[in-house]
Design a protein around this ligand. Sequence first.
Ligand SMILES: Cc1cc2nc3c(=O)[nH]c(=O)nc-3n(C[C@H](O)[C@H](O)[C@H](O)COP(=O)(O)O)c2cc1C
Length: 190
Amino acid sequence: MPNAALPAFDFLAQRRSHPAKLMTGPFPSRAELEAILTVALRVPDHGKLEPWRLVVLDRAALARLADLAEARAVALGGDAEKIGKGRGQFDKGLLAVAVISSPKSHDKIPVTEQMLSAGALCFAVLLAAEAAGWGANWLSGWPSHDAAFAAQAFGCTGAETVAGIVHIATFAGDMPDRPRPDLARVVTWA
Ligand SMILES: Cc1cc2nc3c(=O)[nH]c(=O)nc-3n(C[C@H](O)[C@H](O)[C@H](O)COP(=O)(O)O)c2cc1C
């Protein structure tokens, strides 16, 4: 489990996601999750538009979404692999937070900025959960990009889309970190 007692910079230097499919219980209680979401909702948001909303998914909700993903896969003519990939995170998940990008009509703040805020909120939920000592993983998957699934699962309407589904639970084991970006390749000093 990540060390929640580290100073902020050290925590950020060491933090990493943990695969949702390998996480176990326990997972945050409602009060613990509310504390995480309160911190995460300090996310930058140009113009205070609040262009996002959150849907908390408990085990029963995740089970419903697994069945919904399967029904959508069948309706789309998908094969067993598509059904399996669609159900996967919902079958295995214990607690997740769906971040819905919900852009508002505004004459100065473009939708792209509002979607960036939703992406930042996904990362903020991830960071806050990890900082509180939980394992977390930001997932999408094909159902997230399927408008009919998003409408039925999360009530997405109009321009609303799924920015991400952040799973939060316990990761007890340890795995090698993924390779991290080489500054020389991605940073230009102008
Ligand atoms: C928008 C978005 C969607 C993602 N969807 C998935 C996914 O569906 N499945 C997956 O294995 N990883 C997915 N990832 C990758 C993981 O969330 C994560 O970036 C990776 O495990 C390494 O995370 P870390 O840098 O926090 O350790 C996604 C990442 C982003 C930013």
